[in-house]
Design a protein around this ligand. Sequence first.
Ligand code: PAF
Length: 274
Amino acid sequence: MIIARTLNELHAAREALGPLGLVPTMGALHEGHLALVAAALAAGRPVAASIFVNPTQFGPKDDFKQYPRDEAGDLAKLEGAGCALVWLPSVEVMYPPHGATQIQVNGPAVHWEGASRPGHFAGVATVVAKLFGQVRPIAAYFGEKDWQQIQVVSRMVADLHLPVRIVPVPTVREHNGLAMSSRNAYLTANEHNAAPMLHAALTRAASNIVAGLEVAKTLHQARHEVAQAGIVPDYIALVHAETLEPIATLTHPARLIAAAKLGHVRLLDNIPIG
Ligand code: PAF
């Protein structure tokens, strides 16, 4: 496995590999990330992963400094998973002095995480566009746990005619349903026991909506169930799966999405519906 830390090292490695798939990450890798690498390898091309904790997608109250970092552990996992190349840029390489370009996606970036975390998706879109320019993958693999992020990146790729295919990969869950996330490492043992309630509430709400129960009442009930478990819901919403606009009745394609605070951790989850 080649480790590139400068653009020159990346370009040299990149040329030798030919068409490849990219798994962009912020490190602190778990089984969800390894499922992205497995999906990329299944396409029969070499796989590059990037590890970069992107400061521009964290707000002033977010956990940039505390975000878990484990470079040695991550590299061992990526090597074991069969990655051919790891791109480890520094902040100075990613954001050189005099940089003056930011990508602002509207549409699917406006509501939900976009509203709760101003500037977050501009940070994500900008760094993902830079990663695509640096690594030049023909396909890039993103976990469905961050459903809105996938729609934002897909919108950007379509709008800018970028020659890369965005491949969503299903969320990997713990045995109790909790979506895997690097931030789960911050949960205390008690919080870890309570956290799966978010997914349980979403699953119940999805079957009630499919069974014909009123959407607004069902979402209200789901928020109540989550709050009863000591989790503070930010939103639980039925949305158009691509535009992320809220919908009042079940039409297709739809997604149930949720964000909630448990202790210091922001939990995100979503499931398909109907
Ligand atoms: O999902 C993530 O880990 C990050 O948002 C990404 C796509 C690597 C961009 O920093």
